[in-house]
Design a protein around this ligand. Structure first.
Ligand code: P6P
Length: 320
């Protein structure tokens, strides 16, 4: 497919796999070694940093900072982009990542995950810069996540379908366990934090009434909300479902981050035949203006996303 490929992207994905193995080791030994709990300060997001957050962030920086393949990185845990070390400023790629999403769940042994997005740098030579990081999700060359659940599974796409690899602890390698994942167009599940109901717009309240069967003939969906984005997304990707994190009166721009949460997962969703939107437009079409900007997120089964967008449009068209 790519006769001029140099192999750098393949090697970069192996770097992701290496980082995932190391982080998985820390996650699986949490509780046995002193990696649980908070570090006692907050990150750039204002969220209390967990020890594993810091560890996972350091692992990602180490795994990519010296390979010569990446020129600049952006992490949820870092206020500013991180330039590659050792003069690897000519790396072709930009890496954006959430080193450990869902970390509030770490101490209670709930699945968590690493999310990554790979872009090509725009500037030809010299150091990577912020502009290289602020590209729309549509230009990603690859993206994916690693879920540390009952097993450690790496899910990625490089534009030719979505593929899953499960870490085999016996040989210490990822082995393909699911090829060309296809998300059912209508899902079994809806995932949303219903304790925020009173803060949502009337449109989202109406959507959830439909999903619960309070309105209409009922859409026969089950509520599943783990509170760990990667875990909720992964279940919906495989079984069919929709995840929603609306903007609300507390988070007027939404809670989830565009560059290293919504965009990479939207890339995966679309590659698997699903969809991802901010409620109005495709996530992948959003051109970011800030590194840590947030977005509302509606993601998963294609027809479910279209249904939510329709209800939101109708609600906005109806005078309150
Ligand atoms: P809430 C975890 O903190 C996270 O960033 C995502 O993994 C998860 O989907 C979301 O926040 C949960 O947020 O407000 O429902 O607890």
């Amino acid at each position: 497919m790519h006769p001029h490929a140099t192999g750098q992207l393949s090697n970069l994905l192996y770097d992701v796999a290496l980082a995932a193995k190391i982080i998985s080791g820390y996650v699986r030994s949490a509780g046995l070694v002193d990696v649980l709990g908070a570090v006692g300060h907050t990150n750039v997001q204002g969220e209390e940093q967990q020890k594993l957050d810091v560890l996972a962030n350091e692992v990602m920086k180490q795994a990519f900072g010296n390979t010569g393949r990446v020129s600049i990185m952006a992490s949820e845990e870092e206020a500013e982009p991180i330039l590659a070390a050792n003069g690897a400023v000519d790396g072709k790629y930009v890496l954006l990542f959430d080193p450990l999403d869902g970390s509030s769940n770490i101490d209670v042994n709930v699945s968590i995950g690493t999310i990554f997005s790979i872009q090509k740098r725009l500037s030809e030579h010299g150091c990577g810069n912020l502009v290289d990081c602020l590209q729309s999700g549509r230009s990603q060359v690859a993206a994916g996540y690693v879920i540390y659940g009952s097993s450690t599974v790496m899910v990625y796409s490089a534009g030719h379908g979505v593929h899953c690899f499960t870490l085999d602890p016996v040989i210490g390698e990822f082995r393909m366990t699911n090829q060309n994942v296809s998300t059912p167009p209508i899902g079994k599940y809806y995932s949303i934090n219903e304790s925020n109901f009173t803060r949502w717009s009337p449109g989202y309240q109406q959507v959830v009434r439909y999903f619960k069967g309070v309105e209409g003939e009922g859409l026969g969906k089950n509520a599943r909300y783990i509170g760990s984005l990667v875990a909720d997304f992964h279940r919906n990707l495989l079984a069919g479902g929709i995840f929603m994190y609306p903007a609300d009166s507390k988070s007027p721009k939404g809670k989830l981050r565009l560059l290293y949460e919504a965009s990479p997962l939207a890339y995966i969703a679309e590659q698997a035949g699903g969809a991802a939107s901010d409620g109005k437009r495709p996530i992948l079409d959003i051109v970011p203006s800030e590194l840590h900007q947030r977005t509302p997120l509606v993601i998963g089964s294609r027809d479910d996303v279209e249904f939510v967008e329709r209800i939101l449009r109708e609600a906005n068209a109806t005078p309150e």
